[in-house]
Design a protein around this ligand. Structure first.
Ligand SMILES: [Zn+2]
Ligand SMILES: [Zn+2]
Length: 367
């Protein structure tokens, strides 16, 4: 009898112990990364570790299976900006409260491949302002496509406390004054016998429901700091002046809202030779009177740096426009197709003729 009650006691103790361990486990430690680890580092760590503990590699090993599931849970929480923010601020509790549940760890592999993602739950969330930046670009770059590295200075969520402002999430406590609700009910006496209840924002926690006991040293509890981010702007072949390239959620970060977008607007610098209209290119070519009368073969330096041959075999009138098919700009989205090149000719006349030349010209045009 005594034995069995002891056993129950021990079981309860064990269970509590398990719960305690579950609540306190650190996803960063599970993945073996630093609290300031980038998304890339987290992905890399998860890939390496999950490969090691994959059940296919460890058949029948319950510990490996447990570790594998734990890795997936840690990765799921830390790979998503919103979930990571919640985890950093409130620990695993924060993830449960928000109804963001873990998926089957085996599904998580399907998340690799595309980027994007991150669209779950609430639609009408607060978004920060977008940053619009002009990006000067040459016609040559629009012709062949280019990758431009841009560094922007912006407000970032403190990489050490991940926006909680606290030393760690254990230093974030529920506000005792409002019980974590962020609001308090106050009773106001309007007149003798008439009492109205009003809801007011908690003055102790400022409506957050949480109190930071020990501030993060890196941001002095401000949650954000100035930082920069490196972006690779992919200008695709055939893009045009005024076209925008958008980086979603890359503007100033703030712990209370989703970051706005960074929008680069292309601004094409004027080109000394070519003018662009849609997918077509226009240029003017000067030829001599002799070339205008007798024809010519020439080479024009194109935007890809190659020489493009142009030729006429008959008389070319001043202002004549020659169409060269398929030598315009690549079409955006279908760069194998191209617009046309239009060459307008201007004729340069000799300023004087010698007596000899006059005689010959007179003879030439006699009939
Ligand atoms: Zn901080
Ligand atoms: Zn409060």
């Amino acid at each position: 009898m005594l034995g069995s009650s002891r056993l129950v006691c021990l079981l309860v103790l064990l269970l509590e112990c398990c719960l305690w361990v579950a609540a306190k486990r650190d996803f960063y430690a599970v993945l073996g990364v630093d609290r300031s680890a980038s998304k890339k580092d987290i992905k890399k760590a998860y890939r390496e570790q999950s490969r090691k503990y994959h059940p296919d590699k460890n058949p029948g090993d319950k510990n490996a299976e447990q570790k594998f599931v734990e890795l997936a849970e840690a990765y799921e929480a830390l790979s998503d900006d919103e979930k990571r923010r919640l985890y950093d601020q409130y620990g695993e509790e924060g993830l449960k409260g928000s109804g963001k549940q873990f998926h089957n760890p085996f599904d998580i592999f399907s998340q690799f491949g595309g980027f994007g993602g991150g669209s779950f739950g609430q639609r009408a969330e607060r978004r920060g302002p977008s940053i619009v930046m002009p990006l000067d670009i040459t016609l040559e770059e629009l012709f062949r496509g280019v990758e431009i590295e841009v560094e922007i200075n912006k407000q970032i969520i403190c990489p050490i406390c991940r926006g909680s402002g606290a030393k760690s999430h254990e230093h974030v406590k529920t506000c005792h004054s409002c019980g974590g609700h962020g609001v308090k009910i106050m009773r106001q006496q309007l007149a003798p016998g008439f009492v109205q209840q009003v809801q007011v924002t908690c003055d102790v926690c400022g409506g957050r429901g949480k109190i930071v006991q020990s501030k993060c040293a890196a941001c002095a509890g401000e949650k954000v700091k100035r930082g920069s981010s490196q972006m690779t702007v992919q200008v695709e072949r055939g893009m045009g002046d005024g076209q925008s390239i958008v980086f979603e959620g890359e503007a100033d970060q703030s712990p209370d809202q989703r970051a706005g977008d960074v929008k680069f607007t292309l601004r094409q610098r004027p080109h000394p030779v070519f003018t662009r209209k849609g997918d077509n290119l226009y240029m003017t070519q000067a030829i001599t009177l002799k070339e205008a009368l007798l024809g010519f073969e020439k080479k024009v330096a194109h935007l890809d740096g190659k020489d493009l041959p142009i030729a006429r075999k008959t008389v070319t009138q001043p202002g004549f426009v020659q169409t060269i098919k398929g030598q315009g700009m690549p079409k955006f989205g279908f760069p194998s197709e191209r617009g046309d090149l239009f060459v307008e000719y201007s004729v340069v006349f000799p300023t004087t003729l010698t007596a000899e030349q006059q005689k010959l010209a007179a003879k030439l045009f006699e009939k």
